[in-house]
Structures are given as structure tokens and as C-alpha cells.
Design a binder for this molecule. Structure first.
Ligand SMILES: N[C@@H](CCC[C@H](N)C(=O)O)C(=O)O
Length: 294
């Protein structure tokens, strides 16, 4: 039987980005890709990202997080999921610890300090953006990642040829478009996500600048598909917009699920993401869920 059978989970969302939180602190259990896919397949625990808490690794941090996409792949960043974990650690009666000030979470991409703004609103310090081609990563040594020439194999979509590229602990490509709602994400998303220029695939954003402080965004997520919000994509978009002179260093990013406030702080180069979370329900994984999941 899977070690995850009967484990308690929280089903949450960050602006409609579906997040399942699982606390494995105090155990040596690791979620396999097949187990992640099985959890995603059940409507009760369905997720865009599964946030799994493990014991802290770096002294001074509060938990280490592993982040799984629907397809079982792992990511180094999930802004909306990080806010959900912060809520759970601050307010869930089972998972919480006394939180008076902030907390620091860690992923394979680095440290993420989080501050509580109100009961359900959190600010995550997403760290500095990665802008060099090999940090994002890209396949080729582009000298300037504000605009990379990509033959996206979509000849009928001239806007979808020269994205900006940004790493936020995960890879992002941002296409600047006249109408962010004009594209069928399911039709173009997979081709762009899997373009060979992105050796680790990429999260694909369609960004429409309404004014320098407001961007409309639609996202096709690596390993998860079209989602109602993506925090790291909102951060990557603000950074790319500011680098291209399309936005300031602080803007509202509007996604189908709602708004995120993003600031690229001049003093230390860090990107701050502020937004809400919602608890939907809690549950336990039925043992039968993992039948056939190695
Ligand atoms: N929804 C997340 C980003 C999720 C990770 C992504 N699909 C990846 O594989 O990098 C967010 O809110 O940042």
C-alpha cells in the first residue's frame, strides 16, 4: 500500500490556480510522479500544482517544498502554491505552527520568505529573476533575453515569434500580444511549451499591456496546461515588461482568476508577489487512489 494512503490533504486555490497541499514533515516519504498523477486525477484532490512539505533543509527555514505539476513533473517555483502553503502553516489547525512574523520556505530553486498581509493575503519574496540564457534555461546563448528569436513553428501567428524569456526558479516565455484572449491556449500552448529552444520546456504567457501599471495575462503552464492564474508567470511578465520599457517596476497583473500585485524591487533585485488564497476543503487520500501507482 502507498505510504500516502489515508494522508490528510488541503484543497486550496490561489486566484483559481488549483493547489493541493500535503504535509510530509516528520516522515521520509517522497511522492512519486505516478502518485502525483493519481492525486491529480481524483476530483477531490485535483490540482494544477501539488505542494508537498518536507522537513527544513537549510537552517533558519521553516519547510522544504517539492512542487509537482499535473503530469507528475517537478518545478522549482509556484507563487500561488507558496501563498497557500504559507496560509496552511499559519492557520490550518493541524499543519500550523505559531507564526508571529514571517516564515521562510525553500525549494530546489532557493529561499522564499513570506509575509502575511491579512488573514488570506500573503506577499512572497520570489527572489531575483534569472535573466542569463543558461540560467532560464535556453538552448542557445542568446545575448539579450528581452527578445529571443524563436522559430515557433506557428507561421500563422506572427506575434508568437519573439518572446521575452525569464527564469523565476522555473522557465517562462512571455509573448507580447495585442489581445491576450485571442489565442486558443490548448491549440498553441503545447507547441510553444515543447519548443526545442526550451530544454526544460517552459511556462508560456500571453501578455497584453493595458498601461504601464496593468497587464492582462493568460498562461499555459508547463506540465499542467491552461490555468486560471500563475504567480511565477505574473512575476516573469512584470520583469520582462520593465526590461522592455513596457511597464514600470510595479504593476497589477490580471489573470482569469483575479489580480496579483507584482513589484520588482530596485534595492535588491527581488520580485515580490502579493495575492490571496482560499481554502476549499480538506480530505484524506483513499488507499484505492494509488492502486497501480508505483
Ligand atoms: N502555478 C504556478 C507555477 C507552476 C509551475 C509550473 N507549471 C512549472 O512547471 O514551472 C505559480 O503560481 O507560479
Amino acid at each position: 500500500m502507498s505510504a500516502l494512503a489515508n494522508s490528510r490533504f488541503l484543497k486550496m486555490n490561489g486566484l483559481g490556480n488549483e493547489i493541493t497541499v500535503l504535509d510530509l514533515r516528520g516522515t521520509s516519504t517522497r511522492v512519486t510522479p505516478a502518485e502525483a498523477r493519481a492525486i491529480a486525477a481524483d476530483p477531490r484532490s485535483r490540482f494544477d500544482q501539488l505542494m508537498v512539505l518536507h522537513d527544513p533543509v537549510t537552517p533558519g527555514t521553516d519547510a522544504y517544498m517539492r512542487i509537482y505539476n499535473t503530469d507528475g513533473s517537478e518545478s522549482g517555483a509556484c507563487g500561488n502554491g507558496t501563498r497557500c502553503v504559507a496560509w496552511a502553516m499559519a492557520a490550518d489547525p493541524v499543519m500550523s505552527r505559531p507564526v508571529t512574523d514571517g516564515l521562510v520556505l525553500e525549494t530546489k530553486a532557493g529561499l522564499l520568505p513570506v509575509e502575511r498581509v491579512s488573514d488570506t493575503v500573503f506577499t512572497v519574496d520570489m527572489g531575483p529573476p534569472r535573466l542569463a540564457w543558461n540560467e532560464i534555461p535556453l538552448r542557445d546563448p542568446y545575448p539579450d533575453t528581452r527578445s529571443i528569436a524563436v522559430d515557433t513553428r506557428l507561421p500563422d501567428a506572427p506575434e508568437l515569434q519573439n518572446p521575452s524569456a525569464v527564469g523565476m526558479g522555473n522557465p517562462h516565455a512571455i509573448f507580447w500580444v495585442a489581445d491576450a484572449t485571442a489565442y486558443d491556449l490548448a491549440a498553441v500552448g503545447p507547441t510553444l511549451e515543447h519548443d526545442p529552444v526550451f530544454p526544460e520546456r517552459a511556462n508560456i504567457s500571453f501578455a497584453q499591456v493595458l498601461d504601464p501599471e496593468h497587464v492582462l495575462l493568460r498562461v499555459w503552464e508547463r506540465g499542467a496546461g491552461a490555468t486560471r492564474a500563475c504567480g511565477s508567470a505574473a512575476c516573469a511578465t512584470l520583469v520582462a515588461g520593465a526590461r522592455k520599457g513596457l511597464t514600470g517596476r510595479k504593476a497589477t497583473i490580471s489573470l482569469p482568476g483575479g489580480d496579483l500585485l507584482i513589484e520588482w524591487r530596485e534595492s535588491d533585485d527581488h520580485v515580490l508577489m502579493t495575492g490571496p488564497v482560499e481554502l476549499e476543503h480538506e480530505g484524506t487520500f483513499p488507499p484505492a487512489l494509488f492502486a497501480g501507482a508505483a
